[in-house]
Design a protein around this ligand. Sequence first.
Ligand SMILES: [Fe+2]
Ligand SMILES: [Fe+2]
Length: 272
Amino acid sequence: MTDLVVRRLLVDIEAPIARHWCGGDAFRTALFNALSMSFPIGEQFFIDSVRNGFKALPKPAQQRFRNEVQGFIGQEATHRRLHALFNGHLEKQGLANAWGPRALERMKMLEGVDVRHPVAITAANEHFTAILAEWMLRNPDFLAGSDARLQTLWLWHSAEESEHKSTAFDIYQALGGTDEWRLRWFRRVTLIFLGDLLRQTLSNLRRDGTLWRRSTWRSAAVTLFSARGLLRQTIGPWHAYRRADFHPRQQDSSLAVRWLAEHGDQFTPVRA
Ligand SMILES: [Fe+2]
Ligand SMILES: [Fe+2]
């Protein structure tokens, strides 16, 4: 079992943020803003799925998972709250969140299904967030020049995603979820996640008036396709999920551990 600490971040997310808060880079700002737009609705779904999965476990297994599930819910609830504040600034800047409402519509289709389906969807999404998080922790210079508060917000969130990356996966296995459905949902989540991320990023750029700037596309090429780019560095870990013997803990978490150890002045534990 994983010991998950819930932390209160000692940064003020209520103060306004710059339009191109990510080091003045329009593309990265639009990409990370798009991700943030998916978080409040998505993370509430993860909380509900894990909670319902936990309740469906036999009593001895519940005993094993109780603390970890509480920590998972506490961490995601904190992310959700801070990203909702962050997203409030984006709305004031004239950006429109279409991802959240679209995800909400899709979630309605899951009402009444076997509890293992939402848990499998959560495990797949958690793999995505964990590999994104590890990429961000490995390449923090993509956030260079950003408002220090926001660097902390993104790297703290990344570290906690890495920390709790096994929870939904382990609950899915404890519920007797099959590999066939795990992979079926992973393929669907991949298509939906990448489609939504692309659409929301383009929408953010269009509203920002920076979609057709050469600098935007130059940054997109570096951020996504260079040797340290998001796609190049996450394709391997993406494939790993498809192995029959995959487990999230096989992915390296050392950067998350190090970030949390070195930035203890930026949060207080509220629950250990
Ligand atoms: Fe999160
Ligand atoms: Fe998460």
